[in-house]
Design a protein around this ligand. Structure first.
Ligand code: PHE
Length: 339
């Protein structure tokens, strides 16, 4: 009896199947309801008492061997099925590659950096959580200066010295403190203002600001640089500078480009004038240079700053600033072909 079981174990271990049908026949034969295993269990009562233990153990080994074999072969056969259906067919078209797209803010930011890097500007970055000195005071905006109200500020933890930067001019303050002229730097980044959210304004947006300091930098240099930028960025070559006010520049100006009045959209976005305001600029105020230990009798400079969202909205005719932050893939996917 025992020998018979051992023989069966050997048989089970040697078994091979190439189809699921063969495997099922094997299962029915050995461990099915009317299979060999159950027959052997039925014999159990006829086994001599002193052999019962050994016989019982042999039966268990047999059962485990049969079950193990079935599981193992089932897996192998399933794998083979998979291979047959997909991996072995070399004529199948490849799985489509799902390419992501860059965010329009990144696209426009990179374009602006690209245009200015061709005339020697490098990129500098700074913290989004700033202190009062770098965001305001060093930029000729001392405490209680009314112009602080131009940029509604988020303060942090009731500490009026720590705030979320309201413009990336703060990066330029830091850059002037740590670098000697000539300075030619571009500061892109996220800025924060406590403003009501609407289609035109958001409490978080992005800026690129530029700073150029050297000996004999004049307003003509600024104007020429702006003209170069608008030509490269928008393909437009007519700009105008309107007098304006910023505490950190003197004189200051607002830059408009002539967009034209060819289409209905042109009428809409320029309010029928053909002109579009795109940035603020001016000659760096001598006080700002002094605050950064740069001698204003030796050096002069210009600065400019623009909102990236505004430029992206113009370039891609985006009607609502909130679309930039909703991360709706139907919106984002439209920028797939641009890098
Ligand atoms: N910092 C200004 C703003 O955020 C922009 C600006 C930069 C204006 C540099 C003039 C010169 O509105």
């Amino acid at each position: 009896m025992l020998d018979k079981v051992k023989e069966l174990i050997g048989e089970v271990n040697d078994f091979k199947a190439t189809t699921k049908e063969e495997l099922e026949a094997f299962r029915i034969k050995y461990i099915g309801k009317k299979g060999i295993l159950n027959d052997l269990f039925a014999e159990f009562k006829n086994v001599a008492n002193d052999q019962k233990k050994e016989f019982g153990q042999a039966l268990n080994t047999f059962k485990q061997a049969a079950e193990g074999k079935i599981n193992q072969l089932r897996e192998t056969l399933e794998d083979a099925d998979l291979n047959k259906s997909s991996l072995n067919d070399l004529t199948r078209p490849a799985e489509p590659l799902n390419l992501g797209s860059r965010h329009p803010i990144s696209i426009v930011k990179n374009q602006i950096i690209d245009v200015f890097s061709r005339i020697g500007f490098t990129v500098s970055e700074g913290p989004e959580i700033e202190d009062d000195w770098h965001n305001f005071t060093a930029l000729n905006l001392p405490e209680y200066h009314p112009a602080r109200d131009m940029q509604d500020t988020f303060f942090i933890e009731q500490n009026p010295d720590i705030l979320l930067r309201t413009h990336t001019s703060s990066v330029q303050t830091r850059y002037m403190e740590n670098n000697k002229p000539p300075i030619r730097t571009l500061s892109p980044g996220r800025v924060f203002r406590n403003e009501d959210i609407s289609a035109r304004a958001h409490c978080i947006f992005h800026q690129v600001e530029g700073l150029y300091i050297d000996t004999d930098v004049s307003f003509a240099d600024l104007k020429q640089t702006l003209l170069y930028f608008t030509k490269e960025m928008f393909g437009k070559s007519k700009i105008r500078l309107r007098p304006s006010y910023f505490p950190f520049t003197e004189p200051s100006a607002e830059v408009d480009i002539y967009w034209g009045l060819e289409t209905e959209t042109d009428y809409k976005i320029t309010k029928g004038t053909g002109w579009l305001e795109i940035m603020g600029c001016g000659m760096v105020d001598p006080n700002v240079l002094k605050n950064a230990n740069i001698d204003p009798t030796q050096y002069s400079g210009y600065a400019f700053g623009m909102g990236i969202e505004r430029i992206a909205m113009l370039l891609y005719q985006i009607p609502d600033i909130r679309m930039f932050y909703e991360n709706d893939v139907r919106f984002l996917e439209q920028f797939k072909s641009i890098s």
